[in-house]
Design a protein around this ligand. Sequence first.
Ligand code: FAD
Ligand code: SF4
Ligand code: SF4
Length: 460
Amino acid sequence: MANMSPKKAVMPHQPAEVRNKNFDEVALGYTAQIAKEEAERCLDCRHKPCVDGCPVRIDIPRFIKQIREGDEERAYRILSLSTSLPAVCGRVCPQESQCEQRCVRGLKGEPVAIGRLERYVADRHNEKAKVWPDPIASNGHKVAIIGSGPSGLSCAGDLARMGYEVTIFEALHTPGGVLVYGIPEFRLPKAIVEKEIKGLTALGVKIETNSVVGKLISVDELFEEGFEAVYIATGAGLPRFMNIPGENLKGVYSANEFLTRINLMKAYLPDSDTPLRPAKHVAVVGGGNVAMDAARCAKRLGAEVTVVYRRGLEEMPARKEEIDHAMEEGIVFKTLCNPTEILGDEHKNVMGMTCVEMELGQPDESGRRRPVVKEGSEFTLEVDAVIMSIGTSPNPLIRTTTPGLDTDRRGCIITDRRGQTSREGVFAGGDAVSGAATVILAMGAGKTAAAAIHEYIQSK
Ligand code: FAD
Ligand code: SF4
Ligand code: SF4
């Protein structure tokens, strides 16, 4: 008999006043009993509408059924047929606009907590899994992957399982892309990503860190070294700025730099080599998920934090759950507000930010109401650090060093739907193609490209 509760089983959390002072994971995960109760909310629909909402088409009712039946390992095997990072996706997928948006239980209440159940299954598996996969015998073909984010990792995993000798070239000193340098520890513990990466290296995937393709070696030189195909998965890590006066002052960061220092360089530890300047009042400019992550990190470092966003709360692109968590943690939201200048003292340190109030006018080309300046509304926010989080685009290094690689006006690589670029043997996917998107879409692109690369090499 199905559990007809209109609400999802509650996810245990660290209390807001405790978690806003530490970097430990906020959501603590379902217990076996809670997971079973939630699994009983699934109606095992014959047409599986939820599956259509998942970019990698996980067989959702089938894996949930295994939780009901207490066979978590089988549930894990079902997940593994479609995703190589279930512990990651269960935590960070925007489920409310994907699988859960299509769940029929959402018509009269809350949808089944698909993401939380996916996380539950992956965590139980990871707790028990002690044996790494054995290396797969080589089929004699070499593939190079540029970038070790979710797209590069999922492409590498699929190709390695087919017997390809895969080498990933990663610019940073640690693999994982945004999963390690962007998304904070309190949303995605790094041990989970490390474990996934260890599984790939056990399969035989080589990872060359500190290897910036376009500087150390070019795409053309990779072919000269014997790689038969190249997959570009370099993400969209180049931050945008507002181009207002004062953005070069000390204490102004891009969200990417701020988060990298914290997540990758552990700037919050007293013995960190790359500490952040102490700040008492931080303004975060922007309203997306990245802005929420930056604001919540700044709060954990002890600052009073204000999110400054030019539209209203309703229009904020960040996930509702992230906005709610940020509010619970004591972050102030100043909506309908736009910075016009960052002010500095005689040492060029940030000492304030001039803003104007906004009101919403007619819808723009995106369909959202355009914010317009309210006359005479200028005021100064007292801040000593500003984090700009107004979007990113792909870094130009690869496109400027790879002749014949077509890109669009945003600098994104143009591909067909299987990831084939304008250059023979060169494939691309993830944020480098789509612009800033999501982990699961980047992973899905990696899987699609792996199949296309296999076909390409086998047909040569
Ligand atoms: P990336 O993860 O960006 O990885 C690209 C890798 O390529 C990086 O490691 C980079 O160092 C490397 N690289 C770049 N250039 C070179 C080069 N020339 N040579 C060698 N290596 C290179 N999505 C969600 O679904 N849920 C979330 O909650 C979420 N939160 C986010 C929070 C933050 C702070 C950010 C920044 C993004 C978030 N996203 C989220 C978006 C998601 O992380 C990205 O869409 C996804 O990581 C893209 O994957 P990717 O593999 O294409 O690129
Ligand atoms: Fe939902 Fe993401 Fe899991 Fe697909 S991968 S079922 S979209 S949480
Ligand atoms: Fe279960 Fe919802 Fe999918 Fe139906 S739509 S099978 S209730 S998760």
